[in-house]
Design a binder for this molecule. Structure first.
Ligand code: CA
Ligand code: CA
Length: 404
């Protein structure tokens, strides 16, 4: 059963996470640095929460400063809540918006969840999902009116929408960062590979960007000072006459998963590659991460020449000999694996490999493999205590803790 599930779900999610091109790659031509001398130890994964039934789970989070519960989202449009009891927990419905979610295409569905930093008192949770006809990415606020036991489906306040030109590369992550701003990822819109519409380098739309907005305003959102195009008029349904002031950084292909270092506040994103290179970026305001001029630290298309002026290369990358759909993870700030303290941990959806790079790595650092698993790593998760987990994607999705 599990094997059958794996055989049918892996090819689907390869498309889903959108490494559209063929294999290729090859490790030559890289000028990346050798691994650091003090290498972190290898890790293993251990299944937890085995009694929580999840189907096509895409993300797993805890609410801020509350280690008592976990929340998983299913691609179909359901948020599942369960107690933080690895042996005994079973899931129940925290929110069900399956009737509003278009989850048919491989990369469409309920893709991201973020709890407001003040969730304990304001009951606000933000979701990223795709709605149907035409396929549209929707960023919404929901509220709880029952002491945070469930979210009220009728409370939905749509903050931002953008019509998707194709079913792939929808991004889907969202997370609160320093200063309580909400960060949202959008892919290049897909449509045949190679970013045919040039969305990655076009700052007059939100495709191919990580957005930063202030949701603590009366109605809708405000533009935080410090956004690179903060003086411009807000973009309408993702498009504007000039560069969108919502943009924090751009030049992404599909920043499927990103996170903030809980110690430093720095933003890390895994950007899924096209046909040759998977990359991890440490994202700064106003930086252009290169797509579709660069794929990883290489000109795109392969063998072409390109100008690097104004573009920021990844902290680390790996070629398609090692994997073909990067899943961004977390800087480890837990206590169970001291040898991994301060390491950014990330993996590959297709091959299940897991790597680490020091969080203070310069651009062009080689990743160190710390595990080669059988998991289809859809997402990583970090508990309030800093310990790390991953979702093994499938019709039966399972949760695994990363352990020494
Ligand atoms: Ca764009
Ligand atoms: Ca890039």
């Amino acid at each position: 059963m599990a094997l059958f599930g794996r055989l049918i779900t892996i090819p689907a999610f390869i498309l889903l996470l959108s490494s559209c091109g063929g294999g290729g790659g090859g490790g030559n031509g890289s000028d990346f640095q050798p691994p650091p001398p003090d290498e972190p130890a290898t890790v293993q994964t251990q299944q937890v929460f085995a009694n929580v039934d999840l189907a096509f789970a895409t993300a797993l989070v805890q609410a801020p400063d509350d280690a008592s519960r976990w929340f998983a989202i299913e691609k179909s449009g359901r948020v599942v809540v369960f107690e933080n009891d690895a042996m005994n927990a079973t899931g129940s419905t925290f929110l069900d918006i399956r009737g509003r979610v278009e989850s048919g295409p491989n990369e469409a569905g309920l893709l991201g969840i973020a709890f407001h930093p003040e969730f304990a008192t304001n009951g606000e949770v933000f979701l990223s999902y795709t709605a149907p006809a035409p396929l549209t990415s929707v960023i919404s606020r929901f509220r709880s009116f029952d002491n945070n036991q469930t979210l009220d489906p009728s409370s939905e306040e749509i903050l931002l929408t953008i019509v998707q030109p194709a079913s792939s590369h929808n991004g889907g992550n969202l997370a609160f960062g320093p200063g309580g701003r909400l960060y949202i990822g959008f892919g290049d819109g897909g449509g045949g590979g190679g970013d045919p519409q040039g969305n990655g380098q076009d700052t007059t739309n939100l495709h191919g960007t990580i957005v930063r907005i202030d949701v603590d305003t009366a109605g809708g959102y405000a533009i935080p000072p410090g956004n690179p195009f903060a003086g411009n008029a807000p973009c309408v349904q993702g498009f504007g006459a000039a560069a969108c002031p919502e943009i924090h950084a751009w030049g992404f292909r599909n920043p499927w998963r990103f996170s903030f270092d809980s110690a430093t506040g720095r933003l890390w994103a895994g950007d899924v590659g096209q046909g040759a290179w998977e990359e991890v970026d440490r994202v700064e305001a106003g930086e252009n991460y290169g797509w579709n001029i660069r794929e990883g630290a290489h000109c795109y298309p392969p063998e072409s020449s390109c100008s690097e002026v104004g573009l920021t290369d990844p902290i680390t990358e790996y070629d398609h000999g090692l994997g073909s759909s990067v899943t961004g993870g977390f800087v480890y700030r837990g206590s169970a694996m001291p040898e991994l303290a301060g390491q950014y941990i990330f993996g590959d959806f297709v091959t299940g490999r897991i790597w680490a790079v020091p969080a203070d790595s310069p651009i062009g650092t080689a990743p160190l493999e710390i595990a080669d698993t059988d998991h289809s790593i859809a997402s990583f998760a970090a508990g309030v205590d800093g310990e790390l987990y991953l979702i093994d994607y499938g019709g039966t999705s399972t949760i695994h803790q990363i352990v020494p």
